[in-house]
Design a protein. Structure first.
Length: 237
């Protein structure tokens, strides 16, 4: 397989956890001395060879022009059927790695939960019979969260919180693509500021009117006071 023939899919690439400086240095040294020990995982879809796993390795391989021509460029082809299956495989493949921090693991759990909800048109397993049951039990169980919890060894509540975190990270990255990953995660963890309650028009106008009238009352000139009063009435209407 020629590296230049491999297509980098932006959606798939966003699911890959970026390497730290130390991890990138170690990988670079490994590639320089041993070549590609693990093949890149690719998927042939619509006539394109799409990279599914090995984005960091391929990036370094191309950056340094393959390091050494004596090393074989290895790929492994897998079949996924559709893009949703490929995305889930990417996330689960990373969850199985040992060098994950608790923060990275939580984020990937949330990504898996969100991806599975998007991919399934009926994530909670509802049907015409469960709709009747929902009328009795207004809080049906989230079967997607329960399934992900069983697979990842955490509670369904943790899965849902992780899903919210992953969604917040995705939104921040879309709005601020240059923001460092650590800052993105830190920002996503901060609770959203609660909006201050707004007074209704009925409550707000009397308060403002009372304040205005106190100021007008001390105005010495009758004409000015009458003019201000008229203008305030117009504004209130």
């Amino acid at each position: 397989m020629i590296p230049s023939k491999i297509v980098i899919d932006s959606e798939f690439q966003k699911l890959i956890r970026p390497l730290s400086k130390d991890e990138r240095k170690e990988l670079k040294e490994s590639l320089a001395s041993c070549g590609l020990l693990m093949p890149l995982v690719v998927w042939n879809s619509d006539g394109k060879t799409i990279l599914v796993d090995g984005h960091n390795r391929l990036s370094l391989w191309q950056e340094f022009n393959g390091f050494n021509e004596e090393y074989e460029f290895k790929t492994q082809e897998l079949c996924f059927g559709n893009r949703d299956n490929a995305k889930e495989w990417i996330i689960k493949n990373q969850l199985g790695r040992r060098n994950l921090s608790p923060k990275d693991y939580t984020l990937l759990v949330g990504m898996l939960y969100n991806q599975r909800k998007k991919a399934s048109p009926n994530p909670d397993g509802k049907n015409q019979h469960s709709e009747v049951k929902d009328q009795i039990d207004p809080k049906p169980k989230d079967t997607t969260a329960a399934a992900v919890a069983a697979e990842t060894g955490v509670s369904p509540a943790t899965v849902k919180r992780a899903g919210k975190l992953a969604a917040a990270v995705e939104a921040i990255q879309a709005a601020e693509p240059e923001l460092p990953r650590e800052e993105v995660i830190s920002k996503a963890k901060k609770p959203a500021a609660k909006p201050k309650p707004k007074l209704s028009l009925e409550k707000l106008l009397p308060k403002r009117w009372e304040s205005f009238m106190k100021d007008i009352a001390v105005t010495e000139h009758t004409d000015v006071r009458l003019w201000l009063t008229a203008k305030l009435k117009e504004a209130a209407l």
